[in-house]
Design a protein around this ligand. Sequence first.
Ligand SMILES: *[C@@H]1O[C@H](CO)[C@@H](O)[C@H](O)[C@H]1NC(C)=O
Ligand SMILES: *[C@@H]1O[C@H](CO)[C@@H](O)[C@H](O)[C@H]1NC(C)=O
Ligand SMILES: *[C@@H]1O[C@H](CO)[C@@H](O)[C@H](O)[C@H]1NC(C)=O
Ligand SMILES: [Ca+2]
Ligand SMILES: [Ca+2]
Ligand SMILES: [Ca+2]
Ligand SMILES: [Ca+2]
Length: 778
Amino acid sequence: MATPYFPTFLLLLFLSSFTLLLLTLLPSVSPSLPSSFSSSPSWPSPSCGPAQAWAVRLDAGSSHDIEDNAGSDYEDNNKERRSVHLDAIANRVAEQAGLQNQGQIGQLEGHYLLCSVKPGRGSFADIWSERVQPADVLAAHPHVLWYSKDRVLSRSKRSVAFNDPHYPKQWHLHNDLNKGLDINVTGVWERNITGQGVTVVVVDDGVEHTHQDIQANYSPEGSYDLNSNDPDPMPHPDVHSDNHHGTRCAGEIAAVPNNSFCAVGVAYGSKVAGIRVLDGPLTDSLEAVAFNKHYQVNDIYSCSWGPDDDGHTVDGPHPLGKAALQYGVIAGRKGFGSIFVVASGNGGQYNDNCNYDGYANSIYTITVGAVDENGRMPFYAEECASMLAVTFSSGGNKLRSIVTSDWSMQHGTGCTESHTGTSAAAPLAAGMVALMLQVRPCLSWRDVQHIIAFTATKCDSTADWGRNGAGFYHSHQHGFGLLNAWRLVNAAKVWESVPFLVSYQSSTNKEDASIPTYPDQLIRTWKVTTADLKQSGMETLEHVAVTVTITHPCRGNVEIVLVCPSGITSVIGARRAIDRDPAGYQDWTFSTVRCWGEKAEGQYMLKISDHKEPTSKQCAAVGVLKQWALTLYGSSMTFSEVKERQMLVEEAMSGKYLDSSFSLPCPPGLNIPSEIVSPFTSNSLKFLLLLGCFALFWSLYYTLEVSLAHIYLRGLFCMGKRRGAHRNRRGHRGRGLEEAMEDEEEEEDEDRDSGVELLTVLDSEAKVALLNGERTAT
Ligand SMILES: *[C@@H]1O[C@H](CO)[C@@H](O)[C@H](O)[C@H]1NC(C)=O
Ligand SMILES: *[C@@H]1O[C@H](CO)[C@@H](O)[C@H](O)[C@H]1NC(C)=O
Ligand SMILES: *[C@@H]1O[C@H](CO)[C@@H](O)[C@H](O)[C@H]1NC(C)=O
Ligand SMILES: [Ca+2]
Ligand SMILES: [Ca+2]
Ligand SMILES: [Ca+2]
Ligand SMILES: [Ca+2]
């Protein structure tokens, strides 16, 4: 403190004494003034009503600025100094805007809550606030990156008393019998979060979009019929009268509320589209097209189907389907990534396991299992290490099923109380993700998976819960636990995108090791060092995958366990009693989410054992591990950052961020062309030109042929023959047109993807039609 400042100091002293005197003289006139002067960092502060609060995000400014302020070398400018610096800026901004700094908002660095001071009439501060408009100051301030005023509307609760006759029976939305055993969505709806602006597509056997509970929320822009190759996914009546599956799933997501008809969807403010693909033979190429159909319109793909749940199938997406999933997460949703929600499967009674289902196993999918109304694993549900979470569905025959829309064709009434299986669980999850995307549209496909891991809650104490090194509970039956819409949405609201995905791959270890009979086991380890991870920068794990080639006379007897460095075990290759397939596993990739959030570094261990039945001659031969490789997926998020996020997420659960106009900024996303062909792209012009030439050529040829026929006056026999030939040619032309159209689609695909030729390899062999719908025996 140098001497020149002394007069200023005196003046300040005088002014503050004067103010204090004024305050003591006017205590009854402005009772809120003293309390608002006490700077309390808690939020929301009682003296700061919604209409008086401003949330701001501040820029720390240049380092020069920091130097100016902190007045010392900024070489050791650590986090603490930064936050002190930000605090100082916040105070300054608040002062200039005539507001009161209430402190940092939770754990969010750079985010502050500023309150307006509402003094009584005629006071000093009133005169001040007449001159200063906070919005003007905040808008112009160089340190303010973003600001927003609290609006009262978010405080006004909407009644969720719907007049839909079946709403009272929708226990999965509000369970009055078993309290707490529902998706806890009503509080989210009360805050006007219903999935607005989000589109969910049901990839299934069609959607009856003229349905009373669907029409108002139907998105024709996101829909397509791949079975009939037209834009209308209306289901076709069938002999078993069971093409109602897609309509039921669509109703769970977005059934229109308060229309005095049937039921209410989880995200009833979202749009729902349909891709009809299951009503016919499903090929690899068809699947690939379905996964990317209208991928800039559709945000979430709800897939309630998968390979046969017979307990001895090992199958998943083939090369094109895989490529399409990967392309979807890279380019879908403006580059934030399409969200693929898949059902974990209904093969529980056959001892099936979703690690043998490539869709569930895939790192690109959100694998959702089911629990019954008591929160227990139903008989049909499958287990696996790649299960992310569970939500409600049917159970044994005494337990309630899911109440939703139904088609009104054939025997359908437009409403059903018996939607069942993991097929009914996946759309509920898709609806909950739609609620998340409304509050935070730029969540990436991995953010959504992270938030699920961070917020799902333990249920069913009889399950095999294990606590991993990052503190997450996971069980092979229920994944990270029950999806809870309230927790998902609150976490989404404060979630900053995780760093980009990195991976690490071990070398492929060639082996020729016999697999001993249990309790002996074949043990292989792989050490991942700091140096190994240096290049990618990976700190913490997401998925861990192991690719193996094993020969065995009855592969269902083999059990494969992966131990992560923290010591948590994942049964990645579970035993399956009826899988006596002699083919073994050929380069099959098993994945686990059980090491989520843990440190990536350390020793991984693979334990393989043979659980032979001693009596079986067929299975007597010894199995052999031919080769294996380990792949780690994760990011540069450090272990302590994982812990910080866990705290932030729990702090958000009070709902305080939802109740305010708080919002994190969102990047705009990439401008990726949608595959919808506008009338005059160069591609369609080329196509039209080709078509024109073809038509011209054809009419010339036809005219020539007809005139020749007239000249030579062929007999009746020859006429008939020609007509036959004509028909043949017509057939040919039809194919030609189809081929031309496929070529055109191909070109578009090539335009938009990075070297993955989705349609060039046309799968002529129809894959076994995948079971849709009621795969359960309920
Ligand atoms: C539903 O409609 C009724 C009138 O039929 C109305 O009183 C109620 O507020 C509506 N509920 C909602 C949530 O909009
Ligand atoms: C369910 O949501 C309400 C808000 O509507 C919240 O207060 C409650 O804590 C939530 N319950 C759970 C178990 O998350
Ligand atoms: C709910 O949100 C939508 C859009 O987000 C808005 O148009 C509508 O006015 C809001 N309704 C209420 C009651 O706040
Ligand atoms: Ca159609
Ligand atoms: Ca309704
Ligand atoms: Ca299965
Ligand atoms: Ca998955």
